[in-house]
Design a protein around this ligand. Structure first.
Ligand code: HEC
Length: 150
């Protein structure tokens, strides 16, 4: 299935489920909707993240110096919407000027549904970190945690 079709279906499902479930997470009305209150989905994403991502991005995605923070409320590579984060995981980080080129695509390793679960886990963790005060100002975090490796 083409990625754009898949995202449209996910978006429509997200919109039609709003009435019954808690508000899904999205950055603007047309963004990919993520059910961050769906515990099973978040936990599936957490397991995949531990296995495939935390070696570089750290536990809970807090960043390691090898790879940037993914739960600091800021995504500087491609953009901060859920659809852009999905796209980054799907296609990797192609070299762009002086940065990028260190993370491969996950499109052949994870299904679209699995990538959605990982991004849902990241957004749920980001929300928890904001709620607990671990991140003081999500959209103005310390750029050191966000640094891309040289
Ligand atoms: C081999 C190490 C490595 C692994 C494994 C890895 N990443 Fe990355 N990732 C990076 C690096 C390094 C960057 C920063 C861009 C660059 O230098 O290529 C990055 C960037 C990103 C970004 C963009 C961040 C921003 O600021 O916009 C996202 C989103 C991301 N990774 C998600 C993931 C997810 C989800 C997984 C697991 C499915 C994963 N990464 C696995 C190294 C890794």
């Amino acid at each position: 299935m083409k990625l754009s079709y898949f995202l449209t279906i996910v978006f429509v499902l997200g919109v039609t489920s709003v009435a019954s479930a808690q508000e899904p997470h999205r950055m603007h009305p047309g963004d990919l909707a993520l059910s961050i209150d769906n515990k099973a989905l978040v936990s599936q994403g957490e397991n995949i993240f531990s296995e495939k991502c935390s070696a570089c991005h750290g536990g809970r995605g807090v960043g390691t110096g090898r790879a940037p923070c993914l739960t600091c409320g800021k995504f500087m590579f491609r953009g901060n919407t859920n659809a852009e984060i999905f796209e980054t995981v799907y296609s990797g980080t192609p070299r762009d000027g002086s940065r990028g080129g260190k993370m491969g695509a996950f499109s052949s390793i994870l299904s679209n549904e699995e990538i959605i679960s990982v991004v849902t886990f990241l957004r749920a963790t980001e929300r928890d970190r904001i709620a607990s005060g671990e991140i003081a100002d999500p959209y103005n975090v310390d750029d050191a945690a966000m640094k891309f490796p040289e």
